[in-house]
Design a protein around this ligand. Sequence first.
Ligand SMILES: Cc1cc2nc3c(=O)[nH]c(=O)nc-3n(C[C@H](O)[C@H](O)[C@H](O)COP(=O)(O)O)c2cc1C
Length: 217
Amino acid sequence: MDILSAARKRHTAKAYDAGRRIPEEVMQQVYSLLRHSPSSVNSQPWHFIVANTPEGRERIARAAQGGYAYNQAKILDASHVIVLCSRIDMDEEHLNGLLDQEERDGRFRDAAARAGQDAARRGYVNLHRYGAKDVAQWLEKQVYLALGTALLGASTLEIDATPMEGFDQKILDTEFGLNEKGLTSLVLVSFGYSSGADFNAGLPKSRLAEEVTFTFI
Ligand SMILES: Cc1cc2nc3c(=O)[nH]c(=O)nc-3n(C[C@H](O)[C@H](O)[C@H](O)COP(=O)(O)O)c2cc1C
């Protein structure tokens, strides 16, 4: 499918056919999209928890109760659910891990190139740590890029998806021991196939007019 058709066809699935599973080779492409998403200074401040069993989806659905119950069936009836987690800081271990990976991947011609990349990345981290004082928010923005990539990608793969901020973050952080790992849960995405109850599939898209959305200069 061409990318514009995929963007127009994509919609937030509101109800899933609980009997249908996405083939694993299709989900592998979604995982690859997430992993290859761009991030500022290649910070990759994310971790993705994938639930592809009833038990896994049940664990995630614990965070969709009370005021978030409207999202519960979208988690339980989906084929796969991914918790997109964000790092809360760029600590030494992560910074060094990135640099070592870039070295293994052949990004540096010599030691000076490695040192230059390290200094540039740390420069940006320090701008956010001591200047804007917004490291956690800066990192969250990078994770949302991966979210957008996965949503458009899902449409090109002809699977349905639901992004969800409507869940109790504290419950999931505790459920998966995320804070101890320097992580926090940010947003969920369910993947599967819409059921007949997915009212959003039949509704027209609503977007602000082009002249409101763009300024051409
Ligand atoms: C970050 C984010 C969080 C969202 N959270 C929820 C949610 O918790 N539950 C839900 O049903 N839809 C959720 N949505 C879906 C939006 O309401 C939807 O994307 C928007 O209305 C546009 O409709 P469309 O996706 O069908 O084009 C979320 C979307 C995004 C991007």
